[in-house]
Design a protein. Structure first.
Length: 173
């Protein structure tokens, strides 16, 4: 049973990752990629309804778990699990390509076979009493999105116009 869950929310898919399941080993799908490339790959997988199908394959699920664990290890967001929380929402959203920079961003996307580059935003942590309760996880997700909304508004210009977060910003949670 998972003791910590990171809910990875991409543009179209949501995946719950048990970060304790990552053994720290390398993954063949991630060889030679830096963290930015891994985030772009995970964003690509979690976009256009690919995530659920890919996560059903143990090899892809292991890679998704490794990317999430790598992000947590390299970001201050991972340290908050030490405070007794057991749930975190991590969004992976399409990045806006500034005018005149398309070639640079296209090159980064092409390295992992993606059509976009992505930004990872750790929304926050929560304590969920029962990690097997889907309703409790959904409630924690909604709460964390609500708390992150002000940050998303500040970052609005960093997200692509096609990103789902633009609709979230306009409508609120």
């Amino acid at each position: 049973m998972a003791t910590k869950i990171v809910r990875v929310m991409g543009e179209t898919d949501i995946l719950d990752v048990d970060v304790d399941a990552h053994d720290g080993g390398t993954n063949a799908k991630l060889m030679g990629l830096d963290l930015a490339d891994k985030i772009n790959l995970l964003g690509h997988w979690m976009d256009q309804d690919r995530g659920e199908a890919l996560a059903s394959d143990p090899e892809y699920l292991t890679a998704m778990t490794a990317i999430t664990a790598d992000f947590l290890a390299n970001d201050k967001a991972g340290a908050a699990f030490a405070n007794g929380t057991n749930f975190m929402l991590l969004t992976i959203l399409r990045e806006k390509w500034p005018v005149g920079s398309k070639a640079k961003f296209q090159k980064m996307a092409d390295r992992v076979g993606a059509q976009h580059t992505y930004i990872a935003v750790a929304c926050g942590h929560a304590k969920v009493d029962d990690l097997t309760d889907d309703d409790a996880l959904k409630k924690a997700e909604t709460s964390q999105l609500g708390l992150a909304l002000a940050n998303f508004r500040r970052m609005r210009n960093q997200f692509a116009n096609s990103s789902a977060v633009q609709t979230l910003i306009r409508q609120g949670v």
